[in-house]
Design a protein around this ligand. Structure first.
Ligand code: HEC
Ligand code: HEC
Length: 318
């Protein structure tokens, strides 16, 4: 073979190889050019597993969407009253946990166990679920070996079915991270935002509207005895502002970031149940997020500034 023919074949081979590999990368599901998973699958997986696993997933789905009917303060068996309020998991993790920028849980089982600053060590998904039971649901921990905990895990595993294992981050998971304001979030201004945008569903008193069964809510309470307690993530103004900005008013999120901060401040300045022993959270105080609304703090800022801001630009994101 003449040298220039050999070189031509080599070049052709290299081009062929590149186009095969390139084509493969382009058609791989879930991954975009930056190597980040694509956030296109914010919906329930198409197929339900068969048999007993499917039954467990469906039970988990009911527990998630209609929590008070199975685990709330009104259920007959006292020992099953794990939730202390009548919220459902999907009162915050909207649409069965499939809402992008709405605390969606697609892919959740792929990113646990995970280091947790509030606990000060790596936690399992069971522990994270119980974090919401003890705080967002103002209740007590589900035993790890209960059928209910297994059903929650099966449901979340199903939600994650189409996400490759090892995926630690999906665009739009958790709450939207809003930039800090250069002023404090003002509950007084937030009251006006609330009256104009929120009362139609959550009520003039913020206590929500019950569903017909009388044991759960059509529109969940934002504060008061039947809402999340003061150790919950939603009691942090920055977390709540990001959630509200991306999701509320429901089906028509239309607030500016400033309005979202102010109405979050108004909501989080209202009375709600108290969680005991909050001072034990964040054993390493330096890892405590600046906007944690309860002390102790590792710095000289007041509790009020920690709660409402202004948050220093250097403080870690929520
Ligand atoms: C009042 C609102 C609210 C309710 C109700 C609620 N959660 Fe949460 N949940 C949150 C917030 C806020 C976070 C994120 C907290 C943070 O990181 O600060 C979260 C985080 C989680 C996570 C980890 C998510 C992730 O991306 O790492 C899981 C799992 C979870 N919740 C499960 C549940 C389950 C199960 C229920 C019902 C028993 C429930 N939650 C009820 C607000 C809520
Ligand atoms: C059209 C009815 C509607 C309006 C208006 C509305 N919400 Fe909601 N809100 C809901 C529903 C329904 C949920 C339950 C989660 C879901 O389905 O998205 C919810 C959940 C919430 C939650 C989490 C659950 C809880 O109890 O804490 C917060 C916080 C919240 N709304 C704040 C607001 C704020 C602030 C406004 C006004 C800016 C507002 N909402 C306006 C219907 C509404």
């Amino acid at each position: 073979m003449k040298p220039n023919v050999r070189a031509g074949l080599l070049l052709g081979g290299v081009i062929l190889l590149f186009s095969i590999v390139g084509g493969y990368i382009v058609t791989l599901p879930w991954w975009n050019a930056a190597g980040e998973p694509d956030a296109t699958e914010w919906k329930l997986p198409a197929r339900m597993p068969a048999g007993q696993q499917g039954e467990l997933v469906r039970y988990g789905q009911k527990l998630f969407n209609d929590t008070p009917l199975y685990l709330g303060p009104d259920v007959a068996g006292v020992q099953m009253r794990y939730a202390g309020n009548r919220l459902s998991c999907q009162s915050c993790h909207a649409n069965g946990g499939t809402q992008q920028n709405g605390l969606g849980l697609i892919g959740i089982t792929r990113r646990f166990p995970q280091f947790n600053a509030r606990a000060g060590h790596a936690i399992t998904l069971e522990e994270r679920i119980n974090g919401c039971f003890e705080r967002s649901m103002n209740g007590k921990a589900l035993p790890n070996d209960s059928r209910e905990m297994k059903a929650y895990l099966a449901y979340m595993d199903w939600l994650s079915a189409d996400v490759p294992s090892g995926t630690k981050h999906i665009d739009g998971q958790g709450v939207l991270k809003l930039a800090s304001l250069d002023r404090w979030a003002d509950p007084g201004v937030g009251e006006a935002v609330f009256k104009q945008n929120c009362t139609v569903c959550h009520g003039a008193n913020g206590l929500g509207q019950k569903a017909q069964d009388g044991r759960s809510y059509k529109y969940p309470p934002l504060w008061g005895p039947d809402s999340f307690n003061d150790g919950a993530g939603m009691d942090r103004v920055r977390t709540a502002a990001g959630y509200i900005y991306a999701n509320m008013p429901k089906d028509n999120p239309s607030l500016t970031a400033e309005e979202a901060y102010d109405v979050a401040a108004y909501m989080d300045s209202q009375d709600r149940p108290h969680k005991a022993q909050l001072e034990r959270d964040y054993p390493n105080l330096k890892a405590k997020p600046f906007d944690s609304p309860y002390g102790p703090y590792p710095d000289g800022y007041s509790e009020e500034q920690h709660k409402y801001g202004p948050f220093p630009a250097t403080s870690p994101a929520p």
